[in-house]
Design a protein around this ligand. Sequence first.
Ligand SMILES: Cc1cc2nc3c(=O)[nH]c(=O)nc-3n(C[C@H](O)[C@H](O)[C@H](O)COP(=O)(O)OP(=O)(O)OC[C@H]3O[C@@H](n4cnc5c(N)ncnc54)[C@H](O)[C@@H]3O)c2cc1C
Length: 462
Amino acid sequence: MTTHKLSHSNGTNPSHSTTLFWFRHDLRLRDQLSLTAAIRHAKKQGNRFLMLYFFEPRWRKTDPFGNERIGVYRAQFILETLQELKLEVEDLGGELLVLDADPLSELPRLAEELGGDFVFASRHVADEETKQEQALARRLDTYNCKLALVWNHTLYQEQDLPFALGDLPDIYTQFRKQVERSARVGKLLDKPSQIPEPPQEIYNSSWGCQLAELQGEWQDQLESYGKRDPRATILHKGGAKAGEARLAFYFWENNLIESYKDTRNGLIGPRYSTQFSPWLAIGALSPRWIWHETLRYEDTIKANSSTYWVRFELLWREYFQWVAYAYGSALFKPYGLTAELQRQAPKLGRASVKHFQRWTRGETGNDFVDANMKELNLTGFMSNRGRQNVASYLVHDLGVDWRRGAGYFESKLIDYDPASNWGNWAYIAGVGNDPRPQRKFNTRGQAERYDSKGEYRALWLN
Ligand SMILES: Cc1cc2nc3c(=O)[nH]c(=O)nc-3n(C[C@H](O)[C@H](O)[C@H](O)COP(=O)(O)OP(=O)(O)OC[C@H]3O[C@@H](n4cnc5c(N)ncnc54)[C@H](O)[C@@H]3O)c2cc1C
């Protein structure tokens, strides 16, 4: 990692004169609540403005089960998004530095060197990231710099929820009914028309953008792992533009939203479900924007149960965000959210490394599971139907600790989102919200029902 040091010509720290913006899972300019707040603040103070993204060292580690934390397809997707975002930022007069470094050490250093008054960022909900925020706030405080966290990954702000977080319903349906009745998704924000200038010191220092190095490194990894398989549902491309084009394809150009409820359990091709999840996970698309686009579609073209169902699914996503935030570290523990029910909770199977490895390679002998795992490995994506089945199979048929599977998904999924991933895994393992001892899928029956002609299995196993 390059060491970054700034030297000030007069040898003194500038007093508060820079506002820092830390991009995290909010890689967009449209409907960007944190960025809008940050720019407003910088302009009011007459501050210079620097935007940063950190490719974090913790992502390069393995989890306690040996799973890599970030796989090549997601890394590529993020880097493509950053490439586009950087150009957009520069067009508006700003500067985005992508650093291969730890924000916990680098943001305080930048704050010190540049006289940072505030670091603005979008709030995360998962345990590791919220702890990172707390540690960062403490370190920044040493330099008299504040961390301003904004809700930006969710449909609602915490204060808009019709219940206190401690009273978050245990069951999705109760959550959905309450928010549908009493909460409103806020108005959309425009893209900024201009971004304040960066501090000039960054151009005379060794703080250099490391995007090109990262792209080179991950390109090499891609060469050795293999490019995304063309059998993929779609070849998701990073960046807000591709995400917006995907919405145009699904809603406005092909009206697929009108039949979504009937097709959403499909397995093959670009039409059965929206495929918005990779862009949502890194924030290249705003969930509020998608929400409002469904309403606009209903106002201008047609409203039916399918158009509503996209919002219904966005509310599942929303629910898992608040579950993760409310339960903190419990979501990542063996018994998940059911600590007080431990006696009734299902016995955790012995983590059989052999079973697990066969599952990861798509070599269990269950053709439906194997086809789905091949798709995941070769594309970074799997349908919701597939995810439910392979997760259930690992936990309930093979008796493997659900966290191994969740960690494997974390590494492979292009749309990995901590709350959605760990929340869904815990749910299927029977230790999440609405806990039930046996949330088991009959994978043979599911294959018969959703792949009756065996086309999906043939696609991936031949
Ligand atoms: C074991 C398991 C792990 C999962 N891991 C992730 C993950 O890491 N990241 C992720 O985004 N989704 C995850 N999901 C949820 C879901 O499978 C994907 O969001 C969905 O398949 C993405 O495809 P799509 O965008 O075409 O979804 P669509 O069917 O078109 O749905 C529209 C949007 O609604 C949201 N959504 C739909 N279903 C769910 C759900 N069950 N939970 C949360 N949000 C949902 C997503 O944001 C999705 O993009 C997981 C599900 C399971 C069963």
